[in-house]
Write a new protein. Structure first.
Length: 414
């Protein structure tokens, strides 16, 4: 095949276009609470982040980042807590262990303590939220109106649940700004569900299924991607598979992103192959693909400009942060300085200015730290026009500490 010749003028024009469309990010390491690990789950409209970080004794607490450092939000009596979302009033969705042993031996917070795990909000102080008759729950999202979405157990025991960590059925839950709880029913024929994301208009997304094929302990994963509109569940469909279909986030225009397993798995690979999807009411579910030749992609957040962020992973479980917009998915690590001390792995939030927050690996130590990536002023936030060779590169091999965290908290739904 003859080479394709590009004139000097055309090459210069392409280089200029690539430069103009390349977002450049300043990356901030949020540090920890004295331990070695942290992760950011929440990001509000002014760029303030929140998450969970290890203390020097190894326990994990929810934190709120600030100019003076990270504020330890404490717990509701137990050793550990985690953060699920943050709004512009600095209200946080939280779930926390208590000092009470779970009567059924469940480990709903997945810290190995088998303590009762409760949903909560933080607004200067942490306050537990009511549940649906059971013992455990998690608050995983909060909107600008102060509504909270997540998971709450019911009082119904189900012998098909995934023992030993799950004994009671659980449902998606929506809490009002005043703290009143509403059950969001699973899709007809299903028995359990959970909510992962919501928008400012009260639309809620997540998954539903049965107690033997849906899990919320350690990771949230179900077989049916669901959107709740005024409390009514809508099946969003799938990309062909039936095992892993979960909606992770929804913006104010009602555009939903999440992950769906494919009908045909990669030959010789024993796991489920999941691709990110983008769903609209008019267009249904569309496959977002991956970065280059990666095996899977897992969207976690979408802003009101339609930018999506999440992870793209190879078949060995090495993942990298992606930014998707305009039908193009790019490795965020190609949009930061080459000598950046962090390798961005798992974004979990993006605001309308394009700021991203999540989890990164400190390249000098292999520790896992929360990060915020802020677009440089004057840079157009758009995917980089990468040459074919760059797009086919694989993500950086990750240390085992990062792999364990990805497996345990894979993306608020993976």
């Amino acid at each position: 095949m003859r080479p394709i010749l590009i004139s000097t003028a055309a090459a210069a024009a392409l280089a200029t276009l690539a430069m103009a469309q390349t977002p450049r990010y300043t990356v901030i390491d949020l540090g920890t609470l004295g331990g070695t690990s942290s992760i950011a789950f929440g990001l509000n409209g002014v760029g303030r982040a929140a998450g969970a970080a290890n203390l020097a004794n190894g326990n994990q607490h929810a934190f709120l980042a600030g100019i003076a450092g990270n504020t330890d939000l404490g717990t509701l009596g137990g050793p550990n807590s985690n953060e699920g979302g943050l709004n512009s009033s600095d209200q946080l969705a939280i779930f926390s262990e208590t000092a009470l042993k779970d009567p059924n031996g469940e480990d709903f917070c997945a810290y190995g303590s088998h303590l009762v795990c409760v949903p909560a909000v933080w607004n200067g102080a942490m306050k537990a939220l009511p549940m649906l008759g059971g013992n455990n729950g998690q608050a995983l999202a909060i909107n600008e109106r102060g509504q909270v979405a997540g998971i709450a157990e019911t009082a119904t025991k189900d012998s098909t649940c995934l023992a030993p960590n799950q004994v009671l059925r659980f449902e998606a839950a929506l809490w009002s700004a005043s703290g009143q709880v509403q059950e969001l029913p699973p899709f007809p024929g299903d028995t359990v569900g959970f909510a992962l994301g919501m928008n400012n208009n009260g639309l809620v997304v997540g998954s539903s299924g049965t107690c033997d094929n849906t899990t919320v302990v350690g990771l949230e994963l179900g077989p049916r991607a669901v959107l709740w509109d005024n409390g009514t569940p809508i099946d969003l469909g799938s990309l062909g598979g039936t095992m892993a279909n979960t909606a992770a986030a929804v913006n104010d225009a009602g555009v939903v992103v999440g992950g769906s397993d494919l009908a045909s798995e990669m030959p010789g690979y024993p796991g489920v192959q999941v691709h990110g999807f983008l769903w609209t009411k008019s267009g249904g579910m569309q496959d977002m693909g991956t970065v280059g030749q990666d095996f899977s992609s897992l969207p976690t957040a979408i802003n009101n400009k339609g930018q999506v962020t999440g992870m793209s992973c190879d078949d060995q479980g090495n993942c990298r942060a992606f930014l998707w917009q305009g039908g193009v998915m790019s490795d965020v690590n190609s949009l930061v300085p080459a000598d950046a001390p962090l390798y961005l792995v798992m974004p979990l939030a993006i605001n309308d200015s394009g700021t991203i927050a999540g989890m990164a690996v400190v390249t000098s130590t292999g520790d896992v730290h929360a990060f915020v990536a802020v677009p440089v002023a004057g840079s157009a936030v758009a995917p980089k026009l990468e040459p074919e060779a760059a797009r086919l590169t694989r993500p950086m091999p990750l240390p085992e500490s990062a792999r364990r965290l990805i497996r345990r908290l894979p993306a608020r739904g993976w």
